[in-house]
Design a protein. Structure first.
Length: 358
């Protein structure tokens, strides 16, 4: 698996330099929008905001583990596990913003903080995630290029269903809409396994550091569980904590692109349309901003991934009006409606499997 070193040409941080975009349209549409955004000061970093946010997340992380020890060998510790699942999700959101260079200007500081929060903090391989997420940002919802819609256990379009060869996707695909949220309980485990598997790739930068921090996380995590809890409670805590962590992460990313149009082959609109037409915003107040970490402004985030997340709400007004002027479809729904759209799309994608047309 190739690594994704963040630099000024990486779509994770500066997608406007994507060399595969159609130059004429991108320059005339995206460049004008980008100029408005920069003139409004929305690309400026927000150090005070991130200092406060990271301090609060770190405090919640410490409080969670203190409560874990204080409650001790009791079934009430499962409530602490639920709280820590949310905290782990918030740590992942911080790592996400760090990876997009929203927090630090320098690459080295971003990489260091990213590995500390992701690898050591929650056991997620930062290098593996960075590569995967970069490819997603460059080609959102492209069935051959976006790893987030690659057919695996689930299929994301009827074309993928018709060409499915594995026994598991052929079996699960018939009812995948009903299984989507239950399967999210495995997402936390999947993040851990994927990060560890990526260590076998010799091209992964800072592989030893990544591996050391992952091993340290797993060692400290399991030691805490089995030193404080009885073996049975420790296993139950691990399952509850990791499953809820996975569901929370899935609840964050599912509204963003699932159920939106997918692209195939050489179907590659210009940069602005490629990002807007495949993304969906979620409406809500400041609480929604906290819960989803700013990713409820998915359209703006995909257009300007290095924009600090607290600026996305202000950018939304400019982007939405700009898209309306260009007659580019801009979709925003409630959180519940976004889940409904995603599930209906999954159900439609599995139709060939239900009809036995393979």
């Amino acid at each position: 698996m190739p690594t994704s070193t963040i630099d000024t040409t990486d779509p994770l941080t500066d997608p406007s330099t994507d060399p595969t975009a159609q130059p004429a349209t991108r320059r005339s549409d995206f460049a004008r929008l980008s100029e408005q955004i920069k003139d409004a000061g929305l690309m400026r970093r927000r150090p005070f905001y991130y200092c406060v946010r990271m301090a609060l997340v770190a405090m919640a992380f410490a409080v969670g583990w203190f409560a874990f020890v204080a409650v001790g060998d009791s079934w009430w510790t499962l409530a602490v596990g639920a709280f820590l699942a949310v905290v782990f999700g918030q740590v992942a959101l911080v790592a996400h913003d760090v990876g997009h260079r929203q927090v630090f200007r320098r690459r080295r500081a971003s990489a260091l903080m990213g590995r500390l929060t992701a690898n050591l903090g929650i056991g997620m391989g930062y290098g593996w995630w960075q590569d995967k997420h970069s490819r997603h940002h460059a080609n959102p919802n492209h069935e051959e290029l976006d790893p987030d819609v690659a057919p695996d256990i689930l299929v994301w379009s009827q074309a993928q269903a018709r060409t499915a060869t594995g026994r598991l996707p052929r079996m699960l695909g018939r009812v995948q809409a009903y299984l989507f949220f239950p399967l999210l309980t495995l997402e936390g485990f999947n993040l851990h396994v994927s990060g560890v598997r990526a260590l076998a790739d010799r091209s992964l930068k800072q592989r030893r550091i990544e591996g050391t921090l992952l091993i340290a996380h797993f060692a400290l995590y399991l030691a805490a569980l089995f030193l404080v809890l009885s073996p049975g409670k420790a296993v139950v805590f691990l399952v509850v904590h990791q499953c809820l962590f996975g569901v929370y992460l899935g609840a964050i990313f599912a509204p963003n692109h699932k159920g939106m149009p997918t692209l195939t082959g050489t179907d590659r609109p210009d940069f602005l349309r490629r990002q807007v037409l495949t993304s969906r915003n979620v409406s809500g107040n400041w609480f929604m901003d906290v819960v989803l970490g700013g990713l409820n402004y998915q359209i703006e985030h995909h257009l300007f991934p290095s924009m600090p997340s607290p600026n996305l709400r202000k950018a939304q007004l400019l982007v939405r009006h700009y898209c309306e002027a260009l007659d580019v479809a801009y979709l925003q729904t409630s959180l519940v409606a976004s889940y409904g759209q995603a599930l209906r799309s999954l159900h439609q994608a599995g139709r060939p499997l239900r009809q036995g047309s393979l």
